[in-house]
Design a protein around this ligand. Structure first.
Ligand code: NAP
Length: 248
C-alpha cells in the first residue's frame, strides 16, 4: 500500500543518514521528494539517481537550513518545480558535543541555528502554501536527548527540547487549518557515522536497549511515513520515541 501517493514532500538534510532513509521510504510510498543538503553535492546527485531509478520523482537542493532567506527561497523553488508542498520533514541537524565547562559560545550558537532555528525558518516559509491548501503535515526530528537531557550535550539537548516546544505550539496554532505538526525522538540510530565508532562501545549501547539493537534509518522512516500520511490524520502535537524502549 502506497501511503504518500500524490503528495509532495520537503526533507531537510537527506544526503545521508536518517534523512536519506526517509527520502527512500517516501519515494517507495509514492511521494515526490525535494530534499536538501549542505555540502554533499555528489551524495545528493547519487541519491537523486537512486530514487529516479526506482521510478520516483526526487530533486536535491543545496540549501543551508540555518538561513531564513534560504528556507523561503527553497519553498519558492519547490512550489515552482512541483506546484504544492504537503509535507515538511525538518530533519537536518548536527552535534557539537562538549562539557558545559568547555563549551564555546560558537558551539552553542551553531547548534541553535542549525538544529532549532532551521525548523522555524522552513515552517514559517511553508505555512503560507499550507494555509492556502488548508492541509499539511510537519514532522520535526527531535531526539530522546531532548526529552531526558545528556551530559556533554547541553547545546544539542536544548535545541532538541526546543523543537518539542515548537512542535506543540505549531500544532496548537495551526490545527484549526488542518495543518498537523509532530515530533520524532529517535534513540540510538546506527548510521555511517556510528559505523566508525569502536564496536565494543557500540555493543554496550545495544545491550542497554530493551530491544537489544540500535535502530535503523528505516525504523525512523517508517514512523515519518505514518506521520506524513493521512493514516495519522487525527494525530498532532505529539512526540513519539523511536528508541527500542530506551526511554520508558
Ligand atoms: P547525519 O548522518 O550527520 O546527516 C545530517 C544531514 O543533515 C546531512 O544530509 C547534512 O548534509 C545535513 N545538514 C547538516 N547541516 C545542514 C544545514 N545547515 N543545512 C542543510 N542540511 C544540513 O545525521 P543523522 O544521524 O542522520 O541525523 C538526522 C537527524 O536526526 C538530526 O536532526 C539528528 O539530530 C537526529 N537524530 C539522530 C540520531 C542518531 O542516532 N543518528 C538520534 C536522534 C536524533 P551534508 O551531507 O551536505 O553535510
Amino acid at each position: 500500500m502506497k501511503l504518500l501517493e500524490g503528495k509532495v514532500a520537503i526533507i531537510t538534510g537527506a544526503s545521508r543518514g536518517i534523512g536519506k532513509g526517509i527520502a527512500e521510504s517516501f519515494v517507495r510510498h509514492g511521494a515526490t521528494v525535494a530534499f536538501t543538503y549542505l555540502s554533499s553535492d555528489e551524495k545528493a546527485r547519487a541519491l537523486e539517481q537512486e530514487l529516479s531509478a526506482q521510478g520516483g520523482v526526487a530533486k536535491g537542493f543545496r540549501s543551508d537550513a540555518s538561513k531564513y532567506d534560504s528556507a523561503h527561497q527553497l519553498v519558492d523553488d519547490v512550489m515552482a518545480e512541483f506546484g504544492k508542498i504537503d509535507i515538511v520533514v525538518n530533519n537536518a541537524g548536527i552535534t557539537r558535543d562538549n562539557l558545559l565547562m568547555r563549551m564555546t559560545e560558537e558551539q552553542w550558537d551553531e547548534i541553535m541555528e542549525i538544529n532549532l532555528k532551521s525548523a522555524f525558518n522552513l515552517t514559517k516559509a511553508v505555512i503560507k502554501p499550507m494555509l492556502k491548501a488548508r492541509s499539511g503535515s510537519i514532522v520535526n526530528m527531535s531526539s530522546v536527548v531532548g526529552v531526558k537531557g545528556n551530559g556533554g550535550q547541553a547545546n544539542y539537548a536544548a535545541s532538541k527540547a526546543g523543537m518539542i516546544g515548537f512542535t506543540k505550539s505549531v500544532a496548537a496554532e495551526l490545527g484549526s487549518r488542518n495543518i498537523r505538526c509532530n515530533a520524532i525522538a529517535p534513540g540510538f540510530i546506527e548510521t555511517e557515522m556510528t559505523g566508525a565508532l569502536d564496536e565494543k562501545v557500540v555493543q554496550g549501547w545495544r545491550d542497554a536497549i530493551p530491544l537489544k539493537r540500535g535502530g535503523t534509518t528505516e525504523d525512523v522512516a517508517n514512523l515519518t511515513v505514518f506521520l506524513a500520511s493521512d493514516m495519522s490524520a487525527y494525530i498532532t502535537g505529539q512526540v513519539i520515541n523511536v528508541d527500542g524502549g530506551m526511554l520508558m
